[in-house]
Design a protein around this ligand. Structure first.
Ligand SMILES: [Zn+2]
Length: 289
């Protein structure tokens, strides 16, 4: 699949994640992505436009977004809070699932080792003519990049297909994730084109609708969990019942990954005194107050 021109000097190489190529004073590769031949596709498509790049920006450091960085011979720029995670495989695994992870579940993490050339940026600065926007919650340093009228939003929101497949968006902090969605809604209402890493490009009314759908899906999780916790439950039982209600495919992978956003919501509810933590016959359980 080839590059799609989406704005002046802006090209998208579709994928999951999709890669944005910005031909500004420098040529920048944003979220190069994963896969055995992804770097070859990127280099071939850039050559067709006589472009070369020594710089890559990443919205965040989950392995699927940066796996091919070492093969592109670029310096990688990430938000300062994810410097260690960009550089070191072990930290990358910790910010993804809280500990070292099963290689068979996230194969790209298995292939991607430490990365040498990493530099950082802050939020609300301009780097190579690109504005950096705080959109965290999915990861600690998740960043949106604004170029002209386009916002490359990484994993701060998801397309319809992914939302219905996994049932719950992935985040590590509920409030930060919601703040980011509300910020995205603002950009959508102002007429920006939004580019997610996983899903189709949206603008106008369809951008507003999709962000609202992300907000509603996330809010619904909170009310479903409070409802399910009218009886005390351990995390596994809560997750099973929640995924049944959401109609999510139940597999070892979704059960493993969805624990992360579930814990993020439980943390919020416990901190807000809406849910209590109970030790019950050697099990950690939760119950609505
Ligand atoms: Zn991610």
């Amino acid at each position: 699949m080839g590059l799609k021109k989406i704005d002046d000097n802006l090209y998208l190489l579709p994928g999951s994640p999709s890669t944005l190529i910005a031909n500004l004073d420098e040529t920048i590769i944003i979220d190069p992505g994963k896969g055995k031949d992804r770097h070859k596709d990127i280099l071939r498509e850039m050559r067709k436009l006589s472009l070369e790049s020594k710089i890559s920006l990443a919205t965040h450091t989950h392995a699927d977004h940066i796996e091919v960085v070492p093969k592109l011979n670029v310096t990688l720029y990430v938000h300062e809070s994810e410097f260690s995670s960009a550089k070191y495989k072990i930290v990358r695994e910790i910010i993804t699932v809280g500990s070292k992870m099963f290689n068979s579940f996230l194969k790209e993490a298995d292939r991607l080792n430490d990365i040498e050339n990493v530099k950082t940026f802050s939020w609300d600065e301009e780097i190579f003519g690109i504005k950096t926007i705080q959109l965290n919650g999915h990861s600690p340093g998740m960043t949106g990049f604004v170029i002209n009228n386009t916002l490359y939003a990484g994993d701060s929101f998801f397309g319809e297909n992914l939302l219905s497949k996994v049932g719950m968006p992935y985040f590590i902090d509920y409030d930060l994730f919601m703040n980011s969605l509300n910020k995205l809604l603002d950009f959508a209402e102002k007429g920006y084109t939004l580019v997610p890493s996983h899903g189709p490009i949206v603008s106008g009314e369809s951008a507003v609708e999709l962000i609202r759908r992300n907000i509603e899906t996330t809010e619904r999780l909170e009310s479903l969990i409070l409802e399910l916790l009218s009886a005390k439950r351990c995390e596994d039982s809560l997750l099973k019942e929640l995924m049944k209600k959401l109609g999510t495919d139940i597999s070892t992978f979704t059960l493993y990954l969805n624990r992360v956003p579930l814990r993020a919501i439980l943390t919020k509810l416990v901190n807000e005194n809406k849910v209590e933590i109970i030790e019950d016959d050697g099990l950690l359980k939760f119950k609505s107050r």
